[in-house]
Every structure is written in structure tokens, then in C-alpha cells.
Design a protein around this ligand. Structure first.
Ligand SMILES: O=C(O)[C@H](O)[C@H](O)COP(=O)(O)O
Ligand SMILES: [Mg+2]
Length: 292
């Protein structure tokens, strides 16, 4: 476990020969924000040339599959819509195919356009999100926030415009135990090139803590997204490798899914103290850019 691959071509060859499909996490593995991690585009290209199947599995709910494709294209990375699985898509797929929300009910979104687009794509009625970017201006306005019986679920995702009004509305709707409480993911931090910042899980705590309710989580490490992927691609899990930068989402997702796991050190997980970590990947490499 935590088998370091850096500079061991024969072992990298053995791994490549044992894998048909690579599931790639995005933030901290392929890019930091809009900056590609060096040499990653070349590695993805070579893997395609080798006939490997490539899928992208991200917990980042701020983008829809369409928006992810636009980003891949802007970064000159070959990718196709049916290769992209974001947590916003996973949430929309789950609400459509598993939650069976009554037609007269809508979803209150704390989150961004990625979620709005994926719910639209599944024909799911929704409200909130950017409609509530304008915050309350005075505490006396709190009492204007009332329950809305048409809200059948609250879906929480990363929101750069999170404000008190959105929190108070979601909190109010979730007072009703019948109202479903969903979250796209619970990552506590978000990786950038030189630092990490509060992630979706940190924002979500501002709602779930006072509420005393835990949401149903759509993204990694939960298996909902993998079940959709395995069904769609008839994946042989034993010949599939999950590549990620976070132990408690990406690597746990891979392990729970019976897949091989490769940890890269370009994201949230530092090299220091790796062996003290409870979760251990099969393989570790300093950067995906150095895989080939
Ligand atoms: O805070 C977040 O939501 C996460 O840090 C971010 O979205 C992780 O995305 P991923 O690494 O799964 O692409
Ligand atoms: Mg990541």
C-alpha cells in the first residue's frame, strides 16, 4: 500500500498493463482552477493512444457536464460529455431516477449554475441558487423567511455566493422532516496551486450543524456515482484505477468500489505523514504528469 511509483518505469508499466479504464479526479489532479498541472494533457493523450478508457469523476458541483467540456476544450484536453461525471450530474440523476420527487415539488438549491443546468437537463423544477444571491439587509428581515410547501428537497453544493438568506431558507425548509436533504459532496477543503481553502463540506456544516440532520451525499466516496458509471460502461472494477488527490474521497471511493487506486501529491494530500494516514492508496506518484 502507498507504493511509491515515482521513477519506477517497470512498475508503472505493470500498472498500465493491469488497467483498461482510468477514472480521473479533476481538482488537484488535472488542474488547479484554470491552470493545467504540467504534462497532464500529454499523459492523457498517451493513455488514449494506448487504448485506455478515460473517465472524469469530480466532486466539484459548480460545473455541469457541458461546462466541464468547455473547460477541457479551453485547456486542449480531449474529452466527451459521456466521459464526465460531476457531483451536480450525480445529484440530478439521483433525484430523477431514485428520489421520485412529486411533480408539484421543486428543489431548493444552495449552489451554482452547474447544479441549475443539470437539474434543467433532467426536467427537475428548482429555485434558490443565484435567485437568492441578494442577501438580507437587516436581521429584522429573518421573519420574512417562511416555509414553502412546494419545496420537496434541498440540494447543497459549493456556492461562492453563499449568504445568510440561503442558509436560513434551506434551514427553514428542512425543518420539515419530509423535505429531502441532499449534498453534492462533503470535501472539507478545496485545492489550488499553492494553498487549500474551505471546501463544500465546510460550507455545508453551517447548515447541517444547527439543523442536526445529515444530508444524503451524491459524490465520492459514496458509490451512487460509481454505480451509474459501472452500469453505463460495464466496467470491470478489478481492471479500473481511480486516480485522485484526496484520501477520504477519491481513494476511499476507489477502495469501496473494488478498484485499484493511485494517489497523486499535487492536490490536498501532502507527502509528509502519508504512512500515518488511515486510508492508504495502492500506488502513489508525485504528479500524474510524471506517470509516463
Ligand atoms: O470543495 C469541494 O467541493 C472540493 O474541494 C472540490 O470540488 C473537489 O473536486 P474534485 O477534486 O473531486 O474534482
Ligand atoms: Mg481532487
Amino acid at each position: 500500500m502507498n507504493h511509491l511509483l515515482t521513477g519506477k518505469p517497470e512498475e508503472i508499466r505493470a500498472l498500465l498493463d493491469s488497467v483498461d479504464t482510468f477514472l480521473f479526479d479533476c481538482d488537484g489532479v488535472i488542474w488547479h482552477g484554470d491552470n493545467l498541472i504540467p504534462n497532464v494533457a500529454h499523459v492523457l493523450e498517451r493513455l488514449r493512444e494506448m487504448g485506455k478508457r478515460i473517465l472524469f469523476v469530480s466532486n466539484n458541483s459548480t460545473k455541469s457536464r457541458r461546462q466541464y467540456l468547455k473547460k477541457f476544450t479551453q485547456l486542449n484536453i480531449e474529452a466527451y460529455v459521456n466521459e464526465v461525471f460531476g457531483s451536480a450530474y450525480a445529484a440530478a440523476y439521483y433525484i430523477k431516477h431514485n428520489l421520485e420527487l412529486p411533480d408539484n415539488k421543486k428543489v431548493y438549491i444552495v449552489g451554482m449554475s452547474g447544479i441549475q443546468e443539470e437539474l434543467d437537463a433532467e426536467g427537475i423544477k428548482h429555485c434558490g441558487s443565484s435567485d437568492d444571491n441578494e442577501n438580507l439587509t437587516d436581521m429584522s428581515e429573518m421573519s420574512t423567511i417562511k416555509n414553502d410547501p412546494d419545496v420537496g428537497a434541498v440540494l447543497f453544493g459549493f456556492d461562492l455566493d453563499l449568504n445568510y438568506k440561503k442558509l436560513a431558507k434551506a434551514f427553514t425548509y428542512l425543518q420539515n422532516p419530509e423535505t429531502h436533504f441532499l449534498a453534492t459532496n462533503t470535501d472539507l477543503t478545496f485545492p489550488t496551486k499553492n494553498a487549500v481553502y474551505p471546501g463544500t463540506g465546510a460550507l455545508l456544516a453551517a447548515l447541517s450543524t444547527p439543523l442536526g440532520r445529515k444530508p444524503l451525499v451524491m459524490g465520492k466516496p459514496e458509490q451512487r456515482m460509481l454505480d451509474v458509471i459501472v452500469d453505463k460502461y460495464h466496467l470491470d472494477r478489478s481492471r479500473t484505477c481511480m486516480v485522485g488527490d484526496r484520501l477520504d474521497t477519491d481513494i476511499l471511493f476507489g477502495q469501496n468500489g473494488g478498484m485499484k487506486t493511485l494517489l497523486v501529491l499535487t492536490g490536498v494530500t501532502p507527502a509528509a505523514g502519508l504512512d500515518e494516514q488511515e486510508i492508504k492508496a495502492d500506488f502513489v506518484i508525485d504528479s500524474l504528469g510524471h506517470l509516463l
